[in-house]
Design a protein around this ligand. Structure first.
Ligand code: TRP
Length: 333
């Protein structure tokens, strides 16, 4: 609890271009949570180096992501928006938690299995202990809730197990975090393969709409979206392509799936795809304009980065000092 509010933690990696899926599924909903929770949203750059990165590119993307957090409407006075690497407590707590996490537990992580299969030439220890760093992120702020996608659920379960293990030995040190269940964001699928999640690492650029795509590109991608030969606009799993477009349209306009089906009753796919493209462009345009404005206001963004890193460090060191004492590190004189 901070000032009577529950604490919420989440983070995103600054790798790849963020997609409409990231926005509608996560970022857009984060904005609505800051009244109810004390929110920490980190740009998790330390996680990114588990895969080899170009340094200049990582720096640029990290800055862009933090700027995007603000552009998306996260008020930096109410939400703590910061770089993970600016708060040394993440690394320090991560080391301690490493000593309370079993090899067997990490071996079971499906993301590790996937990533090590994909990056066979660089299966580093950081990739293996990635979930421990994630546990440190969450536990450092005594987070009560963590909004995560299904792909990160296993890591959150591990976080809870490690926290409980620690608490069983040393008393109530960590808050046991829960997955945020509330109004979750829409799960947006690839426009080219609606059985796959829209992903920033998709090889087919037509599958994803990127947040910085211009209107023409958005329209083109929507027009090319895979549908089916049914020829009717209905919200059902037999028509995954159409269903996905309805989800996108609903998320962008705030209309329900049923209303959308009614609105396009008897209309063709071509017309519907145009409407989807327009709805997407309408929601991304103000975001892009605000992003461009903030990018120019370097001093303002710098000040946010500095202030919020200090705020995060303050809360992080409170937990860290407690943990260090519990495990037996000598007091500072
Ligand atoms: N691993 C998460 C992802 O790739 C990002 C992340 C890092 C995170 N630390 C976190 C998410 C803590 C929630 C809480 O999506």
């Amino acid at each position: 609890m901070i000032d009577g509010k529950k604490v919420l933690f989440s983070g995103m990696q600054a790798t790849g271009n963020l997609t409409l899926g990231n926005y509608l599924g996560a970022l857009k909903n984060w904005v609505t949570l800051s009244d109810e929770y004390e929110c920490f949203y980190s740009v998790v750059d330390m996680h990114s180096i588990t895969i080899r990165q170009d340094p200049a590119e990582l720096r640029k993307r990290a800055r862009a992501l933090l700027t995007l957090y603000i552009a998306a409407g996260l008020d930096p006075k109410k939400n703590c928006l910061y770089y993970q690497s600016h708060v040394s407590g993440h690394a320090e707590l991560s080391w301690i938690l490493n000593c309370f996490t079993y090899m067997g537990e990490l071996n079971r992580m499906t993301q590790f299995k996937d990533k090590s299969a994909k990056h066979g030439d660089n299966i580093n220890a950081g990739l293996f202990t990635y979930p421990v760093l994630m546990a440190a992120d969450i536990l450092l702020y005594q987070a009560d809730v963590v909004p995560v996608g299904v792909d990160q659920m296993q890591h959150l379960e591990l976080t809870r197990d490690v926290a409980e293990r620690f608490n069983n030995i040393y008393g109530d040190v960590f808050t046991i975090p829960e997955a945020y269940i509330g109004k979750v964001g829409a799960k947006i699928m690839s426009l080219q393969d609606p059985s796959k999640k829209m992903s920033k690492s998709d090889e087919n650029p037509n599958g994803s709409i990127y947040l910085m795509d211009d209107t023409d590109t958005i329209m083109r991608k929507c027009k090319k979206a895979v549908t089916d030969s049914e020829g009717v606009i209905l919200y059902r799993s037999e028509q995954p392509g159409v269903k996905n477009l309805i989800d996108i349209y609903s998320a962008c306009t705030g209309k329900s799936a049923e209303d959308t089906v009614r609105e396009f009753d008897g209309k063709g796919y071509g017309e519907f795809k145009m409407a989807v493209g327009e709805a997407v462009a309408a929601i991304l345009k103000p975001l892009q304009e605000e992003f461009a404005r903030l990018e120019k206001d370097k001093a303002y963004v710098d000040s946010i980065i500095k202030e919020n890193a200090e705020k995060a460090s303050y809360y992080a060191s409170k937990t860290l000092r407690k943990v260090q004492k519990k495990v037996g590190f000598p007091a500072r004189i």
